[in-house]
Design a protein around this ligand. Structure first.
Ligand SMILES: Cc1cc2nc3c(=O)[nH]c(=O)nc-3n(C[C@H](O)[C@H](O)[C@H](O)COP(=O)(O)OP(=O)(O)OC[C@H]3O[C@@H](n4cnc5c(N)ncnc54)[C@H](O)[C@@H]3O)c2cc1C
Length: 626
């Protein structure tokens, strides 16, 4: 039976939560003081001057996107800017990793006197590399508000060298991590089938659709709340040890596996009923930003899904280490952003390098000081960047005012889909290519729990939820740094992280239509929608072990990323572009004093891609000078 809101702990006092919809706020966003719409339900005193501690709707928080939407969606023309008496060598549009690396690299090449202004539309820096910091349970608890991992296997030598220069040592980071994305419980990973989707709440510890001990799954399917035929099909699927493509040559196999979706394949060749196959759809929502109905079999092998046992791989290679090979800070790659900001603006925090970064206290009031050669201006949405005779002119909206600055150079390290609207002089083919960079929406909701007793009792540390918005949940412990420890034996407050996306069924939509539909849905959701969702899941999953959502939830931070992962090309949706003609290559062309960075420019949703693209963009500026 559905629990009523009061039993779930939803507060009657919804206060300003009604403000968060994405309808007709273009004007409103310009009228309100920066951050005025942001919520801080769980913090007394509303807004702090330290954004990482804010709860409520974060990520692309209310107040951050309305100006850009007015520009891009409504074609709004802005007044001529009031030109500030500030002159810069470089203006950086976008304070994510790529923008910060650009600033760092530019200064390295031009010297410490280089004057740099970084403009960022959010109330925090780092872009997707966002830190969530909780204090409601006593000791500080950190969580990723966006980027989790340094995926070092993809690093080029230049990126490795560059991170080493920053003081980031991958081996050291790895040695401090004891965390397995929801598989840390005594009974390993788990799957939670919720009552709203499947008629009754069922938790099956040990059962996993990704990175599981797939050979053992056949023995666990009896409890799956589907009809008998579907359960039987799951049993056969997991028990299979065969090669369904026997007789086909290697090239033919590769072509076929890249041309059929995983969802279709497991029905056609794995014998699953449609209902059983649907259990797998959201397994890749967080990892790829796309379901298994939009991904090829080849792509799903990389995502840790069970398939090799149908392709002659045998049971021996069914499993992979959960999470792959990654290195982490307790606040994810927000630490990289913080290292960079502190290097650029030393007054913002004491210390330097990577070792103390997690506990360094940042003074946001020092980010934008006239005396500093590098300034970082938050809540500032750029609406125009133009080449002029000897430089560039950039205008932005902040606190409802249109302001302008001049510089020698500009790097657009922002999301590519906005660039055609703010840099109108670009040639049409380039604008067209930029518009194709439709990012994949994601949501990462962090819930601070009073403790992990209920999960411990069940022997789990999270679960895959095939029927829910957040496909996965996991307790975050065991990611440490000097001065910050959170052992698995610690019974104090702990963050349960929920990871996934929203969207209508893909149906007949193509991938771009689907991402746009997802984005519209995500932006139309209120904080309450997310809150009710996580309370419902926690109640159904942990309730039988004594968890009370009305009592045991201390804070909720929703990191909503309507513009999430950079668009990387997918087998089922994108052609093989001739060298140099892929949309991201056309999109990132320099235009006089304006260069283009961001992970979009590398068509890869990774921190190392964001870094590489910043280095390339700075190479282009340096070339221009010689
Ligand atoms: C939830 C999530 C999890 C992720 N996890 C990982 C991971 O584990 N590992 C990994 O390697 N990568 C991960 N990524 C990918 C991530 O995008 C990259 O790692 C990297 O952080 C991208 O940096 P960027 O600077 O290119 O872009 P962003 O981080 O998007 O930064 C661009 C900035 O430009 C700002 N901007 C846009 N338009 C304007 C404007 N008009 N004016 C001013 N500012 C503007 C944006 O608000 C943003 O802050 C994740 C992404 C998301 C969303």
């Amino acid at each position: 039976m559905k629990k009523r809101d009061a039993q779930l702990g939803m507060r009657a006092d919804i206060g300003r939560r009604d403000f968060i919809h994405d309808v007709g706020l273009a004007g409103l966003g310009l009228m309100l003081p920066a951050g005025a719409l942001a919520e801080a339900r769980f913090l007394p005193g509303a807004h702090s001057d330290y954004p990482p501690v804010e709860n409520g709707l974060r990520g692309s928080h209310p107040g951050s996107f309305e100006t850009a939407h007015a520009l891009a969606r409504e074609g709004r023309a802005f007044d001529a800017p009031h030109m500030l008496d500030e002159a810069y060598d470089l203006v950086v549009v976008g304070g994510g990793i790529s923008g910060l690396v650009s600033a760092y690299e530019y200064r390295k090449r031009l010297g410490d006197d280089a004057r740099i202004l970084i403009l960022e539309n959010h109330d925090d820096f780092g872009g997707h590399a966002r830190r969530n910091e909780f204090h409601q349970g006593g000791a500080m608890r950190l969580a990723w508000g966006g980027v989790f991992n340094l995926e070092y296997e993809g690093f080029s030598p230049a990126v490795s060298e560059w991170l080493t220069e920053l003081g980031v040592d991958i081996d050291t980071l790895i040695s401090r991590v004891d965390f397995k994305y929801g598989a840390d419980g005594a009974r390993g990973p788990a799957t939670y089938f919720d009552a709203e989707s499947y008629g009754r709440d069922v938790l099956i510890p040990g059962f996993a659709f990704r990175y599981g001990d797939f050979a053992a799954m056949a023995g666990l399917v009896d409890d799956v709340p589907l009809d008998a035929e579907s359960v039987q099909s799951l049993r056969r699927f997991f028990a299979a040890d065969t090669d369904v493509l026997a007789g086909r040559g290697a090239d033919e196999r590769d072509r076929y596996l890249s041309s059929i979706s995983y969802f279709d394949f497991i029905q056609k060749h794995g014998g699953l009923t449609r209902e059983a196959a649907e259990l797998f759809i959201n397994t890749t929502h967080g990892y790829w930003g796309v379901g298994t109905d939009g991904l090829s079999v080849t792509e799903c092998i990389d995502a840790g899904l069970p398939i090799m046992h149908l392709l002659g791989g045998g049971p021996g290679i069914r499993n992979r280490d959960i999470g792959g090979n990654v290195a982490q800070f307790p606040d994810g790659n927000a630490s990289i952003a913080r290292i960079l900001v502190r290097a650029l603006i030393p007054d913002v925090a004491p210390g330097q390098g990577a070792e103390d970064i997690v506990t360094a206290r940042f003074d946001y009031a020092r980010l934008d000081e006239p005396s500093s050669a590098v300034r970082l201006r938050l809540n500032a949405t750029v609406v125009s960047a133009r080449n002029e005779d000897n430089g560039v002119s950039v205008s932005y909206v902040k606190d409802g005012r249109v302001l302008g600055v001049r510089a020698r150079h500009c790097v657009l390290a922002c999301w590519h889909s906005i660039i055609p609207h703010l840099c109108r002089e670009l040639p049409p083919p380039q604008k067209e290519a930029l518009s194709r960079q439709v990012k994949r929406p994601l949501v990462l909701t962090n819930v601070l729990l009073r403790g992990s007793e209920a999960a411990d009792r069940l022997g789990i540390s999270g679960a895959h939820c095939p029927g829910r918005m957040h496909a996965y949940s996991w307790l975050i412990k065991g990611v440490e740094a000097p001065g910050y420890a959170h052992e698995w034996s610690d019974d104090g407050a702990v963050v349960m992280q929920f990871w996934g996306t929203v969207g209508p069924p893909m149906g007949e939509m193509d991938i771009m239509q689907w991402h746009r539909a997802q984005r519209a849905q995500l932006l139309s959701m209120s904080f309450e929608d997310f809150e009710r969702e996580v309370r419902t899941v926690l109640n159904g999953m942990l309730g039988p072990a004594g968890f009370d959502p009305a009592r045991d939830i201390l804070a909720i931070t929703v990191n909503r990323w309507p513009h999430g992962y950079a668009y990387d090309y997918l087998d089922l949706w994108d052609p093989d572009w001739p060298p140099g003609q892929a949309p991201h290559e056309v999109a990132r062309q320099r235009r006089k004093n304006i260069v283009i960075a961001n992970s979009d420019a590398g068509a890869g949703a990774y921190t190392h891609v964001a870094i590489e693209q910043a280095l390339r963009a700075m190479d282009e500026l340096v070339e221009m000078r010689t």
